[in-house]
Design a protein around this ligand. Structure first.
Ligand SMILES: *Cc1c(COP(=O)(O)O)cnc(C)c1O
Length: 401
């Protein structure tokens, strides 16, 4: 009998086909092995599973609902559009799903501190929340550009008791923040645990973060069947590092459901103007793992851009690289302006202000819906847009009704 996909991948070295693995200096390798051993232990432990279940239900407010976007469905006149409401998860995005898991793991391992990078600030807020819950110290590295752009999240992290390290090298965004956070962790692997913000980084993070995010897919499959009696025809999610997408894809990966990852096309197709790593990238190693990445002329990670701070990363989780390479997933792109249009569309038509990241997934669904009468599209609404409202209004103004 063929094992279900999630039991087969990754292998014990962290490979999804040719992608994944662990490419880090010796001290970090040892720390990663320690995390891997601890994770494999607790993932089987009924007390850990029960604790995580309790946290999800009573602290995070799970399960999050699926909502049938009746106004948009009617207006676009084609496929039924459904939203998995991760924006209603505590802290306003899917990221708390893996942060609570990582926090619980750190506690189990006797660690005192969580270290991480953040792009839009959502991972930082989620991790600072987890740290407060578990009584751990928290240190968040964030690019200067993102600090300015996502200031409300900086304040949130500070209120939650986290220490913010401002990163001023290079483009001053997510990639530099990852480098800086890794460096800090290297100095302090004994006391602290690195808590990666997506399905990226060295093994076991792509697997572990996927497993913690898989709750989105598990809930979605059950809820969708209950609501409609069928599975969706399409599941659409935005892809930065790829955690919200892997979370929801996990629930449908052994089903005949088309899985679509949506990458940010930013200002256009020129290198430096987008962050569409799977669409335009090539195989390479970055931040400790082998995947598909955008490279500059020297083969180094390229400068990337997207209006969505949470999506501007020059690589992507190795599992996405694998699933795309075997054609189990499809990849689409959405530009800044298309995402902003979708942001206003959902706000005005359904009364839900989405994160700009999530607006990319929605924009793609709105593009394909008119030609798909009789089909059903499930969009992972990965987060709420409160963090983006100042920026959107300042840069784009109010859209006409
Ligand atoms: C961080 C973030 C993303 C992108 O991260 P993935 O790992 O690709 O899911 C998407 N949406 C929201 C709301 C985020 O905060």
């Amino acid at each position: 009998m063929q094992l279900p996909y999630l039991k087969q991948f990754p292998d014990e070295k962290g490979y999804f086909g040719k992608f994944g693995g662990s490419f880090v200096p010796e001290p970090i390798m040892k720390a990663m092995e320690e995390i891997d051993v601890a994770y494999n232990l607790i993932a089987q432990n009924s007390d850990f599973i029960a604790e995580l279940r309790k946290i999800r239900k009573h602290f995070q407010g799970r399960p999050t609902p699926i909502y049938f976007a009746h106004n948009l469905t009617k207006q676009y006149g084609g496929a039924g559009i459904y939203l998995k409401r991760e924006d209603l998860n505590h802290t306003g995005a899917h990221k708390l799903n893996h942060c609570m898991g990582e926090g619980l793991l750190a506690k189990f391992m006797g660690k005192k501190k969580l270290i991480a990078e953040t792009g839009a600030g959502q991972h930082g807020v989620a991790l600072a929340t987890a740290a407060a819950y578990f009584g751990l110290e928290c240190e968040i590295h964030m690019g200067e550009v993102d600090i300015a752009k996502e200031y409300p999240n900086v304040l949130r992290m500070k209120i939650l008791g986290a220490k913010i390290v401002s990163v001023s090298s290079g483009a001053k965004t997510l990639k530099e923040a990852v480098d800086s956070a890794f460096e800090a962790y290297l100095q302090d692997t004994e006391r602290s645990m690195y808590a990666i913000g997506s399905v990226v980084g060295p093994h076991p993070f792509p697997k572990m973060v996927r497993d913690f995010q898989a709750i989105i897919g598990i809930e979605s499959r059950e809820q969708f069947l209950e609501m409609t009696g069928e599975l969706p025809d399409f599941v659409v999610a935005c892809v930065g590092g790829g955690s919200n997408a892997m979370g929801i894809f996990s629930g449908f990966i052994d089903d005949p459901v088309e899985l679509v990852g949506v990458e940010p096309l930013g200002r256009g197709t020129k290198l430096g103007d987008h962050a569409a790593s799977l669409t335009y990238g090539t195989k390479g190693v970055m931040h400790g793992f082998d995947s598909i990445m955008l490279k500059d002329e020297n083969g180094d990670p390229a400068a990337v851009y997207s209006v969505a701070s949470g999506l501007d990363y020059p690589s992507v989780g190795p599992e996405h690289a694998y699933l795309y390479s075997i054609q189990r997933t499809k990849v689409a792109t959405v530009s800044d302006t298309e995402a902003i249009d979708a942001f206003y569309e959902l706000s005005r038509k359904e009364g839900i202000i989405p994160a700009i990241e999530s607006s990319h997934a929605l924009a793609h669904a709105l593009k394909i819906a008119p030609d798909l009468k009789g089909k059903k599209i499930l969009v992972n609404l990965s987060g709420r847009g409160d963090k983006d409202i100042d920026f959107v209004v300042e840069k784009y103004g109010y859209k006409e009704n």
